[in-house]
Write a protein that binds this ligand. Structure first.
Ligand code: ANZ
Ligand code: ZN
Length: 849
C-alpha cells in the first residue's frame, strides 16, 4: 500500500507490540535500564507538553532496548489532591469518580501515542492497593522514629479550613481560597527530614548527571549556615529567665545590635503576657499572616516593648521586644537586631525609633545606612567602625569566625551549624488523600493501626456541602475500636500531604502489585532510576522529598542502600509554547481567540474573519483561558502519533521551550509522508550496484554516528535534524537497490525511537526481521566515517613526494603540524626547518626544504 495511512499504521503496530508483550518488563540477566517520566496529575486531559515529556522518555527507553538493555518504563497517576475535592464541591460529584474518569480519559489520550510503557505496572496513588502500602510504610517510619507529632505554628486557611504548606500561601493568602492566612498552633504529624539535612546536602555532590541549577536550588533550600548561639544576660531576671538565648548567622554585626526580639510564642513572652493583657492581645493580633519567608518579609513589622533590657557583651544595654517577624520554631525563637545590616531589622528600628548603628562600611564608600541596610557579601572586605580589636579582620566571613571563637572563649555562646530545612509537616485536614493509619485512644494515646487492618480505606459516603474535612464528621468511619485495648477510640482524620504519594512511587513501580511496599529482589534489580525526566517546577520539593524517602526506605528495609540517591540522572525539559491570539474589547480588556478563528494575511498581519486585526503573542505558556492549548488528540487525528512525537522533539534543544506552530506540524507530517513514499519506491525499484553505493554507505555511517550522539547527549533535536538530512540524501541517491534498501533499514532503525510506527512499517517494507524496536541498534563502521577527511598531496621542492589525510575542516596550522611529522618531509628537511611551507586548504601542500 502506498498511502501513508497513519491511523491504520498506528493501530496496526500498537496492536502488534501489545500482543507480543514487547514492553512488559521482567527481571532478567541483561543489564537493566529504568527510565521514568514524572507521573501526571489526572487533571482532565493531557496536553502537548505532556507529549513532549513522554516522547523524550520513550526515545531513551526504545534506544536502550535496541542497545540490549532490559528496560523498565512505567506510568501511573499522582491522583490525590485538592482539585478533585474542589471539582466535587463545584459539581456535587465525588472526587473518586472525577479522578478515575480523568485517568480513563488521559490514558485514552496517551495510549495512541504508542509509548513503550509497561501498562501492566500502572497504578494510581488513590488506589487502596497503593495507599495501603504507603500506610504500611508510614507505620514502619513511625516505628523507626522518622515520623512524629508536635505542636507547630502552621498556616491556617480559615475558608478551606485546612493547614497550608508554605508553598500554598501566596502573598499571605491561601492559594485556592484567596483568604488571608492565619497562624495557628496545631498538633501535626512531621517527617524528621531535618535530621537528614546534612546527608541530603552531601548527597548532592554525587549527582553528577543532574542539572547544576537543580542541585543549587536543593542546596539553597537545605540552607546550611554557620552561626553563633549566644546568651544575652537580662539586666534583671524575669519569670525565672536569667538571659535570652539567640541564634545569629551574623555575629560579626554584634556591636551594631540595637535590640533583642523574641517570638510571641517564646516562653518569656508567654510568661510576660500572663500579667500583661496588652501583650496578650498583641500576640493574638499578630497571628494573622503566614509563616513563609516571603510573608515574614512583606508583612508589616510589629513589635511590643517588654520594658526589659539585656546586656550586649560588647557593651551597652539593649531593649527586649516581642516581634511578629521572629518565629518560635527556628533557631531559638529569639534574635538580636542589627538594623544597619539587616533590612527587616532596619524597618523595625525606623518604625519604633530604635538606633541604627553601623558596624562596618564599604572600603571605598563610607556613607552611613539610611533607608536600605548595607548587606555586602560576607566574603567582601569591609572597613570596621569601633570594632573591638581582634574582631576587626578583613571580611565579614572572617569576623564571623573570629566572633564565634571569641564567644566560645568567653563562655557566652557556641558555634552552631544550622539548616534552613525544617521538618516536613504532612498533616492535611482534607478528605482526598491517604489516611494516616493511627487511632487516638483515650487510654493508650496514639496507637498505630495493625498492619493486617490496612489499608485504612477512605469512606465513599462523604459530602462536601460544608467546609472542613468530611472525615471529621463521618461518625461510622471516625469512630473505631482501639487496636491495642479495644476501647472506643477515634481514627486520625488528617490525611497525608500528596507529596508523600509521589515520594516513593518510583520504588513501587519495581513491584507495583506486591503486598508489601516493595520487594527487595525487584527493588535491588531495578533501582535506581537511570534517567528521570520532568519539569523544573519539581526541582525542589518533589526531588528533595523523594531523596528523603529513599533514605527512609533504606532505614525501614524497603530499599537497598544503593538507592539512597534514587535518581541517577535527571533531565528537566522545557515547555511546549504556543502563540496567543488576542484582540481588545470596547473597554480595552483582552479577548482571546482560537487559532482557527484567525487568518494570516499575505502581508503577515493576522485578522479575525471580520477583518479585526489580531495581536499575536508568541511563545506563550499554554492555558485554557488564553485559548492557546493544543490537544494531542487533535494532532493525532489529523497527522498520526509519529508527527506529534517528531514535532515536539525537533527544533529546540530538549531543555528549552519549543513553540508549537500549525505550519511546523504540517512540515513534520509531510516529511514523514515523504519517508513512507521513499520506502515504497525503494522496495519496488531495483537498480544494479554502482559507484554511488559507497557514498550512500558513508552517509549511513555518518547518520548513525550523529543520531546516536544526539540521543546519548539528550540533543534529540540534533538527531532529528540529522534524520531529515539523511532521508534527503537517501532520496537523491543513485545507489543500487540493495544499497538503498540497506540504508533505508538503518534509517528505520534510527527513526524508531522518535517515530516508532512509521519505523516498523518501513522496516517491514524493507523485509526486516521481527520488530524494529527489537533489532540491535546499528553501529557506524569507523572505516566509513573518515569520509569527512581529504587527502592532500605533499610537494617537496616542486615534486610530489607524499600525501596526507586530514579532517576536511582542519585549519592550515593544524595541517602544517601534521605535515612536519610526515616521514618524507622529515627526511627531506633532515632535522632543519622548511624555508617555506604553504598549505592550500583542501588542495595541496608545498614544502620548500
Ligand atoms: C543578627 C543579624 C544581623 C542577623 C544581621 C542577620 C543580619 P539564616 O541565615 O536564614 O539561617 N533569625 C534567627 N532566628 C530567627 C527566628 N526564629 N525568626 C526570625 N529570624 C530569625 O537566618 C539567620 C538569621 O535570621 C539570624 O542572623 C537572625 O538574624 C535571624 F545584620 O542575627 B541574624
Ligand atoms: Zn487503647
Amino acid at each position: 500500500d502506498t498511502t501513508y495511512d497513519t491511523a491504520a499504521i498506528d493501530a496496526k503496530w500498537q496492536d502488534a507490540w501489545d500482543r507480543a508483550g514487547l514492553f512488559r518488563a521482567a527481571r532478567g540477566d541483561a543489564p537493566k535500564y529504568y527510565v521514568l517520566e514524572m507521573f501526571p496529575y489526572p487533571s482532565g486531559r493531557i496536553h502537548i507538553g505532556h507529549v513532549r515529556n513522554y516522547a523524550m522518555g520513550d526515545v531513551i527507553a526504545r534506544y536502550k532496548m535496541a542497545r540490549g538493555f532490559n528496560v523498565l518504563h512505567p506510568m501511573g497517576w499522582d491522583a490525590f489532591g485538592m482539585p478533585a475535592e474542589n471539582a466535587a464541591m463545584a459539581s456535587g460529584g465525588h472526587p473518586k469518580d472525577w479522578t478515575y474518569q480523568n485517568i480513563d480519559v488521559m490514558r485514552g489520550q496517551m495510549k495512541p501515542l504508542g509509548l513503550s510503557i509497561d501498562w501492566s505496572r500502572e497504578f494510581a496513588t488513590c488506589d487502596p492497593e497503593y495507599y495501603g502500602q504507603q500506610q504500611a510504610l508510614f507505620l514502619d517510619m513511625l516505628e523507626a522514629g522518622l515520623v512524629y507529632r508536635k505542636q507547630a505554628t502552621v498556616n491556617w486557611d480559615p475558608v478551606d479550613m485546612t493547614v497550608l504548606a508554605n508553598e500554598q500561601v501566596e502573598n499571605g493568602r491561601g492559594w485556592r481560597s484567596g483568604a488571608e492566612v492565619e497562624r495557628r498552633e496545631l498538633t501535626q504529624w512531621f517527617f524528621r527530614i531535618s535530621d537528614m539535612a546534612e546527608d541530603l546536602l552531601d548527597g548532592l555532590g554525587d549527582l553528577k548527571d543532574w542539572p547544576e541549577k537543580v542541585r543549587l536550588m536543593q542546596e539553597n533550600w537545605i540552607g546550611r549556615s554557620r552561626g553563633l548561639q549566644m546568651t544575652f544576660p537580662l539586666s534583671r531576671p524575669a519569670h525565672g529567665h536569667d538571659g535570652i538565648e539567640v541564634y545569629t548567622t551574623r555575629p560579626d554585626t554584634l556591636r551594631g545590635a540595637s535590640f533583642v526580639a523574641i517570638a510571641p510564642e517564646h516562653p518569656l513572652a508567654r510568661a510576660l503576657a500572663e500579667a500583661d493583657p496588652d501583650l496578650a492581645q498583641f500576640a493574638v493580633d499578630v497571628r494573622r499572616g503566614g509563616t513563609t519567608e516571603e510573608a515574614l518579609e512583606k508583612a508589616e513589622k510589629r513589635g511590643y516593648d517588654t520594658g526589659l533590657t539585656v546586656q550586649n557583651p560588647l557593651g551597652g544595654a539593649l531593649p527586649v521586644w516581642v516581634a511578629n517577624f521572629v518565629l518560635m520554631d527556628y533557631g531559638t525563637g529569639a534574635i538580636f537586631g542589627c538594623p544597619a545590616h539587616d533590612q527587616r531589622d532596619l524597618d523595625f528600628a525606623r518604625k519604633y525609633g530604635l538606633p541604627v548603628i553601623d558596624t562596618f562600611v564599604a572600603t571605598d564608600d563610607d556613607s552611613r545606612v539610611a533607608e536600605t541596610a548595607f548587606v555586602p557579601p560576607k566574603s567582601e572586605p569591609v572597613r570596621w567602625i569601633d570594632q573591638p580589636a581582634g574582631l576587626d579582620v578583613a571580611t565579614g566571613q572572617e569576623a564571623i569566625e573570629a566572633t564565634i571563637d571569641w564567644a566560645e572563649a568567653q563562655g557566652i555562646g557556641t558555634g552552631r551549624t544550622q539548616y534552613r530545612l525544617r521538618d516536613w509537616g504532612l498533616s492535611r485536614q482534607r478528605y482526598w488523600g491517604c489516611p494516616i493509619p493511627v487511632v487516638h485512644c483515650p487510654d493508650c494515646g496514639v496507637v498505630p493501626e495493625r498492619k493486617e487492618n490496612l489499608p485504612v480505606r477512605l469512606p465513599d459516603d462523604v459530602t462536601f456541602d460544608v467546609p472542613g474535612n468530611p472525615l471529621d464528621r463521618h461518625p461510622t468511619w471516625r469512630d473505631t475500636a482501639c487496636p491495642s485495648c479495644g476501647a472506643a477510640a477515634r481514627r486520625e482524620t488528617d490525611t497525608m500531604d500528596t507529596f508523600v504519594d509521589s515520594s516513593w512511587y518510583y520504588a513501587r513501580f519495581t513491584a507495583p502489585h506486591a503486598d508489601t511496599p516493595t520487594v527487595m529482589a525487584d527493588a535491588d534489580y531495578w533501582m535506581n532510576v537511570d534517567q528521570y525526566i520532568g519539569g523544573v517546577e519539581h526541582a525542589i520539593l518533589h526531588l528533595l522529598y523523594s531523596r528523603f524517602f529513599a533514605r527512609a526506605m533504606k532505614v525501614t528495609g524497603h530499599l537497598p542502600d544503593k538507592a539512597r540517591e534514587p535518581f541517577n540522572a535527571l533531565f528537566t525539559q522545557g515547555m511546549v509554547t504556543h502563540a496567543i491570539y488576542m484582540t481588545r474589547d470596547g473597554r480595552g480588556r483582552a479577548v482571546y481567540h482560537l487559532p482557527e478563528d484567525t487568518v494570516a494575511k499575505p502581508d503577515g498581519l493576522r485578522v479575525l474573519r471580520d477583518g479585526t486585526e489580531v495581536e499575536v503573542i508568541p511563545s506563550a505558556k499554554m492555558s485554557k483561558s488564553k485559548k492557546n492549548v493544543v490537544d494531542p488528540q487533535d494532532i493525532i487525528a489529523a497527522y498520526g502519533a509519529d508527527t506529534a512525537r517528531w514535532f515536539v522533539l525537533s527544533d529546540s534543544p530538549p531543555e528549552r521551550d519549543v513553540e508549537w506552530t500549525a505550519a511546523g506540524a504540517d512540515a513534520a507530517h509531510k516529511h514523514l509522508r515523504r519517508v513512507h513514499r521513499l520506502a515504497g519506491d525503494i522496495a519496488r525499484a531495483d537498480r544494479p550496484a554502482n559507484a554511488a553505493d559507497a557514498d550512500l554507505a558513508r552517509a549511513t555511517a555518518r547518520a548513525t554516528l550523529e543520531v546516536t550522539e544526539g540521543i546519548e547527549g539528550f540533543a534529540f533535536n540534533k538527531s532529528v535534524a540529522k534524520l531529515y538530512e539523511f532521508a534527503a540524501t537517501l532520496g537523491r541517491s543513485d545507489a543500487g537497490g540493495d544499497a538503498r534498501r540497506a540504508a533505508m533499514r538503518v534509517l528505520a532503525q534510527l527513526m524508531a525511537p522518535m517515530t516508532p510506527h512509521l519505523a516498523e512499517e518501513v522496516w517491514q517494507m524493507m523485509g526486516g526481521e521481527g520488530f524494529v524496536v527489537r533489532a540491535p541498534w546499528p553501529e557506524a563502521d569507523p572505516a566509513l566515517l573518515v569520509e569527512d577527511s581529504v587527502t592532500l598531496p605533499i610537494q617537496i621542492n616542486g615534486k610530489r613526494k607524499s600525501e596526507i589525510s586530514v579532517p576536511r575542516d582542519m585549519d592550515a596550522a593544524g595541517v602544517e603540524a601534521l605535515v612536519l611529522q610526515d616521514a618524507a618531509v622529515l627526511r627531506a628537511l633532515n632535522g632543519g626547518a622548511p624555508r617555506k611551507l604553504i598549505v592550500v586548504p583542501g588542495r595541496i601542500v608545498n614544502v620548500v626544504a
